[in-house]
Write a new protein. Structure first.
Length: 189
């Protein structure tokens, strides 16, 4: 298999670390293999329809985004720099509803995070700049995009930088609290 798989406390969220082949010339690894991905997450229910690439400077916080309806599963990784990546479970009926998971993704550690549909997602750029790649299981639908407030006390994400030095878009600054979106969520656990 192309990945070493670690599960998290949130059902379905997995850390995938690729097998890397290194020598004096550099390195090689498979960043994606559908068959191995299916085996890693224990499901063949997901296919990817869109790839996205963003670049952000240090202190940029993007998120916590989700689509409702048409939730997107995301396979995320960093190819330059480092970010603190966060997934929040917002699936109705989930035993971990409102819980979050975060980890550092970087070009150096080459880890990937699988975030199944029904979770809010965001990241904070830790390095001077970072390039972030992610595959999605559904198309971006601006009319269905929502933002969970990045600092909602009910969720309690512990972001690893001083909150006064963060840069957020107007949309991300005015996200909704978990209590405000709870009754509108469509995806059942």
């Amino acid at each position: 298999m192309a990945y070493h798989v670690e599960t998290t406390d949130i059902a379905g969220v997995c850390i995938l670390t690729p097998r890397v082949f290194e020598d004096e010339r550099g390195f090689f690894f498979e960043s994606f293999n559908q068959r191995d991905f299916n085996e890693a997450i224990g499901s063949s229910a997901f296919t990817f329809v869109q790839d996205n690439h963003s670049r952000s400077v240090k202190g940029t916080l993007r998120g916590l985004h989700f689509q409702n309806p048409n939730p997107q599963g995301k396979l995320v990784r960093v190819v330059s720099g480092a970010v603190f990546d966060v997934a929040v479970d917002i699936r109705k009926g989930s035993p971990t509803f409102g819980n979050w998971f975060g980890l550092e993704l970087s070009a150096a550690n080459k880890k990937q995070l699988w975030i199944p549909p029904g979770l809010a997602h965001g990241f904070l750029t830790l390095s001077d700049e970072a390039e972030f790649l992610y595959k999605t299981t559904d198309y971006y639908a601006p009319s269905h995009e929502h933002t969970l407030l990045w600092n909602d006390e009910a969720v309690g994400v512990t972001w690893p930088l001083d909150q006064h030095s963060l840069t957020l878009s107007a949309k991300d600054q005015s996200g909704s609290k978990l209590s405000e979106i709870k009754n509108e969520l469509l995806l059942q656990y």
